[in-house]
Design a binder for this molecule. Structure first.
Ligand code: GDP
Ligand code: IMO
Ligand code: MG
Length: 444
């Protein structure tokens, strides 16, 4: 079934290089000018990917960004956890906005299903005394991945099987109600009501369901290009992030293969998305965090409030050791720097260039969250450009200090900057010619 390297379509992974919300949605949208398929591989409706087209704002949680171009195929891969009700709500609002979703949007029959007891368990755990509060999005993501790994989850194919669905919900509710009552004194959920609601949702989802691994590998063999749309970010990855303050899936590039069924040998390029500074939403380590007026200023200028939960995002300066780590873990060959415009007012920009622990420089990311408390960030100050960049469309037209800022990031991370975003709109994008030709983005 696998196609040879020469005949198959091109592939690129878009991965968050920080703590999520780097602007992945916007960049995926720019790439879909050329790429014909977009596939989500991890996470669920904890993600919020913003795309602005002609001033109209779309926030996608489950549906890949490709949906905004009718000629593009959008795939929700097996690595995603799917809340059927959230999916149908998103589909309905896309339809209401005149977006085509029939015949171009597909859901894996192997994706795991989020059910109400997953949210119940998460709520209980987050508020239980003695438990580490992660500051989750309360979408039931963690407990659903727990059930997947515990081999007791419900997959989309099972959701469509009414008899199996009833038995699964009855058994799971019995078990989860007992646990939630014993641990968190939670009120029991009604299995019968749940079955009726989800059986109805299943019928509405049925037309979208496919063996998406087969669909994607066939598309590749036919020469179609695929962009893998990462959710979350490197430092939220279950293995490589700031554990336990992470999400419950592999958001790093490795997840693209397992989360879609497209083999690692069919991946051509990994594109890391990084803001020109840093943000994080939820609890956990954040070495360059600014807790002062400057942090508040970045939050205001960058409009740093969660797309899904509306929570204020924590803000800080660019963290190059973190970005180098993201480069190593993901195999990033191209970087996209977003929100450069948010730094437009500054005459001087601090950048973290190294970590020190006990006075000694280190390149190692701590394996324990408390290890981050020992980190002392080493900063250098880059000259700011103190002029607007939002209307600029070429690298050469950027102020000299902005080009130097980008060149410094390249030098320090070893990855090339292929795209710069200077505003939320599709058009507020600078494409570097080498990136355009390597990704076949010509004729955009
Ligand atoms: P994602 O989760 O990585 O897709 O990112 P989000 O959509 O959650 O957050 C990024 C936010 O920044 C959104 O509100 C975007 O509209 C906005 N955005 C993206 N690129 C830029 C940019 O270059 N400049 C500015 N000012 N905003 C941007
Ligand atoms: P996108 O794709 C930013 C964070 C949550 C919390 C932690 C665990 O828009 O970049 P979870 O609900 O996943 O169990 O929460 O992960 N988180 C995100 N932060 N962007 C996201 O997605 C996130 N998805 C989860 O805030 O700290
Ligand atoms: Mg987001």
């Amino acid at each position: 079934m696998s196609a040879s390297r020469t005949s198959r379509g091109r592939t690129a992974i878009i991965v968050g290089a920080q703590w999520g919300d780097e602007g992945k949605g916007k960049i995926v949208d720019v790439l879909t000018r050329t790429f014909s398929v977009v596939a989500r591989y991890a996470g669920g409706h904890n993600a919020g990917h913003t795309v602005i087209v002609n001033g109209k704002k779309f926030i996608m949680q489950l549906v890949p960004g490709g949906i905004l171009r009718p000629e593009c195929t959008s795939v929700i891969g097996n690595g995603v956890v799917l809340d059927p009700l959230a999916f149908l709500k998103e589909v309905a609002s896309l339809r209401a906005a005149g977006v085509k979703v029939d015949g171009n949007l597909f859901v894996s029959n192997r994706a795991q299903v989020i059910l109400p007891y997953h949210r119940m368990m998460e709520l209980g755990a987050e508020n239980a005394p003695g438990r580490v509060k992660i500051g989750t999005t309360s979408r039931g993501i963690g407990p659903t991945y727990e059930d997947k790994m515990g081999r007791r989850g419900l997959r989309v194919a099972d959701l469509l099987d009414s008899k199996l669905l009833r038995t699964h919900i009855e058994n799971a509710c019995r078990e989860k109600n007992m646990i939630a009552h014993a641990l968190f004194n939670a009120d029991p959920l009604d299995a019968d009501k749940m079955f009726r609601e989800y059986a109805d949702a299943a019928e509405q989802i049925r037309p979208f369901v496919r063996d998406t691994a087969l669909l994607l590998n066939r598309a590749l063999a036919e020469g179609k290009s695929i962009v893998f749309e990462g959710a979350q970010g490197t430092m939220l990855d279950i293995d490589h992030g700031t554990y336990p303050f992470v999400t419950s899936s592999n958001s790093t590039s490795g997840g693209a293969a397992t989360g879609t069924g497209v083999p690692p040998t069919s991946i051509d390029t990994v594109i890391g998305i990084s803001k020109a500074y840093c943000t994080r939403v939820g609890s956990g380590p954040f070495p360059t965090e600014l807790l002062d007026a400057q942090g508040e200023d970045l939050r205001k200028r960058g409009n740093e409030f969660g797309a899904v939960t509306g929570r204020p995002r924590r803000t800080g300066w660019l963290d190059l050791p973190e970005l180098r780590y993201a480069g190593m873990i993901n195999g990033i060959s191209w970087l996209v720097v977003t929100k450069l415009d948010v730094l437009d007012h500054l005459t001087e920009i601090p950048v973290c260039v190294g970590y020190k622990v006990d006075g000694k420089e280190t390149d190692e990311a701590p394996a324990q969250a408390y290890g981050y408390e020992k980190i002392e960030c080493v900063y250098c100050k880059m000259p700011g450009w103190a002029s607007p960049t939002q209307a600029i469309r070429t690298l050469e037209a950027l102020p000299k200090a902005a080009r130097e800022y980008l060149a410094f990031i390249e030098k320090e991370t070893g990855a090339r900057v292929g795209m710069i975003s200077t505003g939320p709109d599709r058009e507020q994008t600078i494409l570097v010619p080498e990136f355009v030709s390597e990704l076949g983005l010509k004729n955009c």
